[in-house]
Design a protein around this ligand. Structure first.
Ligand SMILES: Cc1cc2nc3c(=O)[nH]c(=O)nc-3n(C[C@H](O)[C@H](O)[C@H](O)COP(=O)(O)OP(=O)(O)OC[C@H]3O[C@@H](n4cnc5c(N)ncnc54)[C@H](O)[C@@H]3O)c2cc1C
Length: 568
């Protein structure tokens, strides 16, 4: 079965929905939005603390300050022209969401409220209590429903991107609800499939965050940029990994060790608990390694996030969800007790390589949100800059894709029948094998490897061991046994396909990390503890080959600020 749409938006998180609205509202084009889960179950609904934007220049904030904070936070590794465009475009997005019905939290004078966030030197995280992503998604979803030209494909797993003559042909889709396998032909594709932190075991990411879009793009020949830079968020709840938003520290929460000391005093005496995430995560691991943590389950030692001094009113008004999470998952009430936390894999700074417009090197394909890498975050993202990035590059890519699709008189040629048959066989081939491996066990093994050897601190020997293990697991993956042989809601098969994606991406992360013999932002090598601008001020590009990634490099755009030492 072949379906046809002008624009295919792959992913229905904040980036995908914003892109779809932009494509639909400026044109007569026919837009498809595809998601492997029901639209509102996309991971973006989990975003908690806020979306960064300069809204009060008359009170002292400025584009330059937001840009400088982002550049410094990135360890001078973001593209500075990209940052400048971002800070200038995000305020309008905040106001647009407001017009579409977003219930932003307010100040007593009725203006939109903003709170402090890590690494920002002004209170610029705009928020809706601690459920910002949920309300942003709901607002975008409501708005999308105005456009009859949008077709939704919920619970449909996209398995491959087909490219011919260096341009898009379309995508292949397995409909989980009916079992049907189809091809969607499109003039333009926007990949907005989110991140891949499920490569790690202790993570804040949803079970669905398996990096399918990145892996598909990689296998289709698109370069993947800077994947070695994985952000570890300092405050994930032990032992579940559920995020305790940075807003808890933005509102004044303390980090304490087992001596009841605010240990950030030693590591970031000015910024303390609102230093950038890479700095705090390293400080926490150091405290634990030096014996000042609390002993936790399965070796997951932890520190305390203490909110008691904020008082019940602030917690009820500003942080109701994290209180509920702590109470339900740990039987702890943060009004009266500190919260046990540990750094967890949280965000991919890298992604599909794009230019400043979100365009990939392949004609007709764009990428936005966490899946894409236009190089806004460099080596370390600042909190609240991701939902903001999703809005800005959702708009930009929606617009660019619509302009391109409008200029194309016809759909691209259909791929050969045999290509589509191969794509279908690829998905269902595991039904034919009588393999010995279990996808769930294999995924756990991968996660264990990544947690223990590719974490906050890394060494060459650990990375080499991890790479060998990943290669071994890739061999095993071809022998995965899928016991359920049905095509409808076959979660065993889905898990096996996701395992292939996770393994390919883990290999890219580790290969990039092993090659990068320096410490920068979230990539911290014990054997190369210094940043090395002379040799490594360059983005990594990973290209697929059957034997593993081929690495290449491309320059970082330095347009305003030369790199200097980072101090907080
Ligand atoms: C717990 C948590 C809290 C956070 N809080 C904040 C915050 O306060 N502020 C901030 O700026 N950032 C925050 N972040 C980061 C931010 O939420 C995410 O980076 C951002 O929402 C990602 O949005 P996205 O649109 O790129 O992708 P996602 O929301 O992850 O959506 C991905 C979409 O792709 C679809 N998809 C994936 N693979 C396939 C496939 N094979 N076939 C079909 N569809 C597919 C999924 O179904 C989904 O619809 C937080 C992250 C987490 C995990």
């Amino acid at each position: 079965m072949t379906r046809k749409h002008d624009i295919i938006v792959l992913g229905s998180g904040i980036a995908g929905l914003r892109a779809a609205i932009e494509a639909a509202r400026g044109s007569e084009l026919d837009v498809a939005v595809i998601s492997k889960v029901q639209l509102m179950r996309s991971q973006s609904v989990c975003a908690e603390g806020g979306t960064a934007a300069v809204l009060q220049p008359e009170e002292g904030d400025s584009f330059e300050l937001h840009a400088w904070d982002t550049v410094r936070g990135s360890d001078f590794f973001c593209d500075q022209d990209v940052v400048m465009r971002f800070v200038q475009e995000i305020p309008e997005e905040i106001l647009l969401l407001e017009h579409w019905g977003m219930p932003w939290s307010r100040r007593p004078d009725g203006r939109i409220a903003q709170r402090p966030f890590g690494g920002h030197s002004y209170n610029r995280a705009t928020f809706a209590a601690d459920k910002t992503g949920f309300f942003e998604m709901q607002t975008l979803y409501d708005t999308l429903q105005k456009y009859a030209s949008v077709t939704r494909y919920d619970e449909c797993y996209v398995s491959s991107i087909l490219i011919g003559d260096d341009s898009l042909r379309g995508i292949t889709v397995w409909d989980l609800t009916s079992g049907e396998f189809s091809f969607i032909q499109g003039k333009a594709l926007i990949i907005a499939t989110g991140g891949a932190c499920r490569t790690f075991g202790f993570t804040t990411h949803s079970l669905t965050a398996t990096g399918d879009g990145l892996a598909m793009a990689y296998r289709a020949g698109l370069p993947i940029k800077d994947l070695e830079f994985v952000q570890f968020h300092p405050t994930a709840l032990v032992p579940s990994g559920i995020l305790i938003t940075e807003a808890a520290r933005g509102e004044g929460g303390y980090l304490l060790n087992n001596r009841d000391e605010r240990f950030m005093e030693k590591y970031a005496p000015v910024k303390m608990e609102v230093a950038p995430r890479d700095v705090i995560s390293r400080s926490e691991i150091t405290e634990i390694e030096e014996g000042r943590g609390f002993s936790g389950p399965d070796g997951l030692d932890y520190l305390h996030l203490d909110l008691r001094h904020l008082g019940a009113d602030t917690i009820h008004e500003r942080l109701p969800m994290i209180r509920e999470v702590a109470m339900k998952f740990n039987l702890i009430d943060p009004i009266h007790q500190p919260i046990p936390i540990h750094p967890a894999a949280h965000y991919f700074m890298g992604g599909i390589h794009t230019n400043i417009d979100g365009a990939t090197p392949i004609e007709g394909i764009w990428s936005a949100g966490e899946a894409g890498c236009e190089s806004l975050h460099g080596a370390n993202r600042l909190g609240a800059n991701s939902t903001a990035e999703c809005l800005v590059w959702g708009k930009i890519t929606g617009n660019e894709a619509a302009r391109y699709a409008s200029s194309q008189k016809t759909l691209p040629p259909l791929p050969k029948e045999s290509t589509l048959k191969d794509a279908e066989a690829q998905v269902f081939s595991r039904f034919k094998t009588d393999g010995k491996e279990n996808a769930y066990a294999l995924r756990r093994e991968l996660q264990k490897t990544m947690d223990s050897q590719v974490g906050v601190f890394r060494t060459g020997s650990e990375l080499e061991a991890a790479l060998n293990k990943i290669k071994e697991l890739k061999q095993c993956a071809s022998d995965i046994r899928v016991t359920d042989r049905g095509r409808i809601y076959n979660t065993d098969l889905l898990s096996a396909l996701e395992a292939d994606n996770l393994l390919d991406l883990a290999e890219v992360i580790v290969a990039g990390a092993l090659a990068r013999t320096e410490s920068r932002g979230a990539h911290s090598r014990r054997d190369f503890p210094k940043r090395d601008d002379a040799n490594w001020l360059k983005h990594t590009l990973a290209y697929y080959t059957p034997t593993g990634p081929r690495l290449d490099y491309t320059p970082v755009a330095i347009t305003m600020w030369q790199p200097v030492e980072r101090k907080y």
